[in-house]
Design a protein around this ligand. Structure first.
Ligand SMILES: Cc1ncc(COP(=O)(O)O)c(C=O)c1O
Length: 381
């Protein structure tokens, strides 16, 4: 029988006792559970989890225990991986481009909800998936800004195309639905309101009453000290926009957060390998490892510096260039980090808010990249 080790009390206890040389992802199940409940209690519809953000079995098990029963999966691998951990999971296959083989595997695994964004993908589905009991959501896009980067450049029909597709979905006998994704790390609740209003317009234009509206992921995680995300404001904006747009034809709602759900449940513990006379820091983790998202999402300033004995470094903050451990000169954080004057070689830097798209994107380039995970009772240092 595999017995899990007891969790560490907090990052400080772990680093003092274990003195890790390699980067370590510290997972706090209590934090994940709390965020899952915040979504379940606040969001006015079904909360699902986008497995791609962090498919760690401990994360999926914790979300299952927190009452999540439906998940957004992007591939057959994610379906099988998830089902091995949450056997009764309901699968929503919302990657809009799939091969015939992938669709056949989805049917075998009982997927009953898909998203499409063009007639070709709908035709491929219709040829392989029984319409009865299957939901098909038409994913649409708008030129709205507010997220870290634009999701509409890859997926999504225009509202005009979406109305035509939605009519076809209904004609084929699928349960018709609409879906959008406002873009990841979206700080503007108004983006969701704009999308919901457009969804109501598309349904009207198509003459189709939709069964469900999928309002995507995109919920921001807490990266900057100055800007804690207010999830409840976004939930409120979505609810009001649905009431305004759909009135009595209100569809059921669904969200599929990745980042907003799991981001704050992990912190990444890294170590200073070397300090240069100009103040530059060489860390044991960089852009090819768990810090890769700094390139596309921007910096995290929720960083705590500790000496190897666990004492917080509290010196005056100064901007420092931060390099990763590989031999590649691109391996450098795009912006200097504000780090203490008294930082020393062998110290630890704890990056909070790195639960999403961090461990899963880490490569083994040059033999580095976070591989180890430990459980903590609390992420407070
Ligand atoms: C279809 C779909 N749903 C949900 C998500 C999760 O997005 P986020 O992590 O921004 O919440 C993604 C991210 O790529 C996605 O493609």
């Amino acid at each position: 029988m595999k017995v899990s080790p007891p969790p560490w009390k907090n990052p400080r206890e772990f680093l003092c006792r274990a003195a890790p040389e390699e980067p370590v992802a510290l997972f706090c199940p209590a934090r994940l559970h709390e965020t899952a409940l915040r979504f379940r209690q606040g969001f006015p519809g079904l909360v699902t989890y986008a497995v791609k953000a962090n498919p760690d079995p401990a994360v999926l098990g914790c979300l299952g225990a927190a009452g999540l029963s439906a998940f957004d999966v992007a591939s057959p691998w994610e379906m099988r991986h998830l089902r091995a951990i949450v056997p009764d999971a309901v699968l929503h296959y919302n990657n809009p481009v799939r091969t015939a083989g992938e669709i056949a595997e989805a049917v075998r695994l009982g997927v009953a909800s898909y998203a499409v964004d063009c007639p070709g993908e709908l035709a491929r589905l219709a040829a392989l998936v029984p319409a009865r009991g299957t939901e098909v959501a038409v994913r649409f896009k708008l030129p709205l800004r507010g997220a870290a980067y634009d999701f509409g450049s890859k997926f999504g029909a225009t509202p005009e195309q979406a109305a035509v597709l939605l009519r076809e979905v209904a004609r084929l006998g699928f349960a018709p639905a609409l879906a959008f994704h406002p873009g990841t790390q979206c700080h503007d609740a108004g983006v969701w309101s704009g999308y919901v209003a457009a969804a109501a317009g598309i349904a009207r234009e198509a003459g189709v009453e939709i069964a469900r509206l999928n309002v995507g992921g995109g919920f921001a995680s807490h990266r900057l000290e100055a800007q804690p995300p207010a999830l409840e404001d976004v939930f409120g904006a979505i609810d009001s926009a649905v009431a305004r747009g759909f009135g009595r034809a209100r569809p059921a709602l669904l969200c599929e957060p990745g980042r907003g759900l799991v981001g704050d449940a992990f912190s990444l513990l890294t170590r200073v390998r070397a300090l240069r006379p100009d103040g530059a820091v060489f860390l044991n983790e960089g852009i090819y490892g768990g810090l890769s998202e700094h390139l596309v999402i921007g910096p995290i300033d929720r960083v705590v510096s500790c000496a190897p004995d666990g004492r917080r470094r509290r010196g005056r903050l100064r901007p420092r260039v931060v390099f990763g451990p590989t031999c590649d000169s691109l391996d450098r954080l795009p912006e200097p980090l504000l780090l203490p004057e008294d930082l020393a070689e062998g110290d630890y830097l704890l990056f909070h808010g790195l639960g999403a798209y961090s461990t899963v994107l880490a490569t083994r380039f040059n033999g580095y990249g976070v591989q180890r995970s430990e459980t903590v009772v609390s992420l407070e240092c």
